[in-house]
Design a binder for this molecule. Structure first.
Ligand code: AMP
Length: 587
């Protein structure tokens, strides 16, 4: 395999990287030593994410250090020191306590990137309840499905999101006892069957002592999608904080005076592991931007906030590339020293582009909801091979595997051979369950490996190269969407007999959701009906999940056992060879 490399320059090493020698650090690394970087709860009462992230700093020299600077979409700015964050999250933990919420109960938050989301997340963790974020661009159906799977007891949301997305499905989620509403524009809320968040916060005490927390206590529930069935709730434990912390240090190269900006939304795992937890455990300052992507807004933030470490995603990087390099030159971005990207394949051109325009390359890294933290990365100290995801973190053993003739999983040791990317279980942030679905969880492990569902290759120097997904899940603008969730909603429309949903390649979003629809007898494939279906899906699923394109077809290909052959739909869409269609059902 031939590759171009990007060597590092003086600018890349404005500060000495935490990980200087990859091989040495791998050799000497142990999870026990990583754990020793954290404090643990006083008096040996265990390990709690929120203690490591907030309480221990608030009670120490970082009390007045900036934890978060929130930038509102309309220009507001609000600072949260570690001390202030501690008080507010104590209050939220007390709010839960006063409501009778107990250890292990699921607390969902559906909100944009507003301070209350971060306070609720950390307060929930202090209280040892389980924090479950919901992406604010989900529609009522994805919200209902996720609340139902996790049996949510509490939902914190804004009045606007409640009225638009939750009200209609509330009655169908029997477990939901309390809905806490954040009033728009700081106004108190007065909506039947809900409680005003701010009133509760004002009445709650500032003092809260975190109770003993076992590192194996569940802390986070992150939903992700598979090819079939309902979304999966990946459960992570408090002990995951060891991985969040150390990967922040080794893969994102956090140093004590850094100003960090993770552009991901906490509705997805990156926005929680690295948008909330890792920078706080490392005691650094983070920027939270409520606004949506806008290239000039982003460059303005990098400049005005003097961001030093920036963690973003390929779709955003491609959008920046589209706006051109001239705009970047209007900004003074000399404070930047380390750029990183995750979530989708990062095109080699994007790495070269960033080196040209920022003077710094983006460092691609790989992980997924189930792994809880970064597993494979390009590091600050080492050369980059654009197009490669990098090498496994210290403490992580990654392999390429395949099923042999007898169905057993075996490792492929030869370089440059494609197989499934697999990891040896045992790192602290590995998911411990798919909520309520032990069989589905078990299926992810074989031959002593956790099987990631991704196809990849490893080159002779140990760099991993992403090839594609093994299954039919769709990656659109960095978000994983399950085709089944979309197909099921389309089927609810009176005109739809069948549907098959695929990811259609897109130069910016990587893929867009495209649906093929077979109409029931009596319905005509008109432009009007197509528009009606697009709107129907958008209302039910929300902008993040709904199809962007719908095509009417006479039939959807299925295997003889009745499974939709999405691969065939995709091959036909792309004009590619149809591959093995021996299992195709005769129509
Ligand atoms: P999620 O669980 O939503 O975070 O999505 C995880 C999936 O995103 C992985 O299994 C990959 O398919 C994809 N992914 C994440 N990071 C990368 C990367 N650096 N390169 C290629 N694909 C990636």
């Amino acid at each position: 395999m031939a590759w171009q490399t990007i060597a590092k320059s003086e600018r890349d090493w404005a500060v000495t990287p935490n990980l200087q020698n990859y091989e040495d650090t791998r050799r000497t690394f142990s999870w026990e030593s990583a754990l020793r970087e954290l404090d643990g709860l006083p008096e040996g009462k265990g390990l709690n994410i929120a203690h490591e992230a907030v309480a221990r700093h608030a009670d120490g020299p970082l009390r007045n250090h900036l934890a978060f600077r929130w930038l509102g979409k309309n220009g507001e700015v609000e600072d949260f020191t570690y001390g202030r964050l501690h008080t507010l999250t104590n209050r939220f933990a007390n709010v839960l306590q006063n409501l009778g919420v107990g250890k292990g109960d699921r607390v969902y938050v559906l909100a944009g990137r507003i301070p209350e989301l971060y306070i609720a997340a950390l307060g929930t963790l202090k209280h040892r309840a389980v924090f479950c974020p919901l992406f604010s661009a989900f529609g009522p159906e994805p919200i209902r499905a996720r609340l139902t799977i996790g049996q949510g007891k509490v939902l914190v949301t804004t009045q606007m999101l409640y009225e638009r997305k939750v009200k209609t499905i509330r009655a169908s989620v029997a477990s939901l006892e309390h809905v806490l509403l954040i009033g728009d524009d700081h106004r108190p809320t007065n909506v039947p069957d809900t409680i005003d968040y701010r009133t509760l916060m004002e009445r709650a005490s500032d003092a809260y002592a975190i109770q003993p927390t076992d590192p194996e206590d569940v802390a986070l529930l992150h939903f992700t999608s598979g090819t079939t069935g309902t979304p999966k709730g990946a459960a992570h434990v408090h002990g995951a904080v060891v991985a969040h912390h150390i990967t922040g240090k080794l893969a994102l190269d956090f140093h004590k005076d850094d100003i960090f900006w993770c552009t991901a939304d906490p509705g997805w795992v990156t926005g929680t592991s690295y948008g909330i937890i890792a920078p706080l455990t490392n005691g650094i300052a983070s920027i939270i931007d409520e606004g949506d992507f806008d290239a000039e807004r982003w460059y303005g933030i990098l400049q005005s906030q003097k961001v030093t470490v920036w963690y973003s995603a390929p779709t955003a990087i491609r959008m920046m590339m589209k706006t051109g390099p001239e705009i970047v030159r209007k900004y003074d971005l000399r404070s930047l020293r380390f750029l990183s990207s995750v979530g989708e394949p990062l095109n080699p051109e994007a790495v070269v582009w960033s080196k040209e325009v920022f003077g710094l390359p983006f460092h691609d890294n790989w992980w997924q909801t189930e792994t809880g933290g970064i597993m494979i990365a390009n590091f600050a100290a080492t050369e980059i091979r654009p197009g490669s995801m990098g090498r496994p973190l210290p403490g992580i053993e990654a392999a390429i595997v395949r099923q042999n003739g007898s169905g057993a999983v075996e490792e492929i040791r030869d370089a440059d051979v494609q197989g499934e990317l697999a990891l040896r279980p045992g790192w602290p942030s590995m998911f411990r369950a798919y909520w309520g679905e032990p069989e589905r969880y078990k299926k992810c492990f074989a031959g002593g490996f956790y099987l990631t569902g991704d196809l990849a290759k490893r080159d002779r120097d140990g760099y991993f190269w992403f090839v594609g997904r093994k299954d039919d899940v769709i990656k659109t603008s960095g978000h994983l969407i399950g085709p089944f969730e979309v197909e099921s909603i389309l089927m609810e429309h009176k005109s739809v007999a069948e549907s098959g949903v695929i990811g259609k390649p897109d130069p910016v979003a990587l893929e867009i959701v495209k649906a093929f629809v077979v109409l029931r007898k009596g319905f005509e494939p008109t432009e009007e009906l197509r528009r009606e279906l697009l709107a129907f899906a958008r209302t039910k699923l929300g902008a993040a999940v709904a199809p962007k394109e719908i095509e009417f077809v006479a039939s959807v290909p299925r295997t003889r056992s009745g499974k939709i052959m999405r691969r065939l739909l995709k091959a036909r869409e792309l004009g590619l060879p149809e591959g093995d269609i021996s299992t195709l059902e005769a129509n």
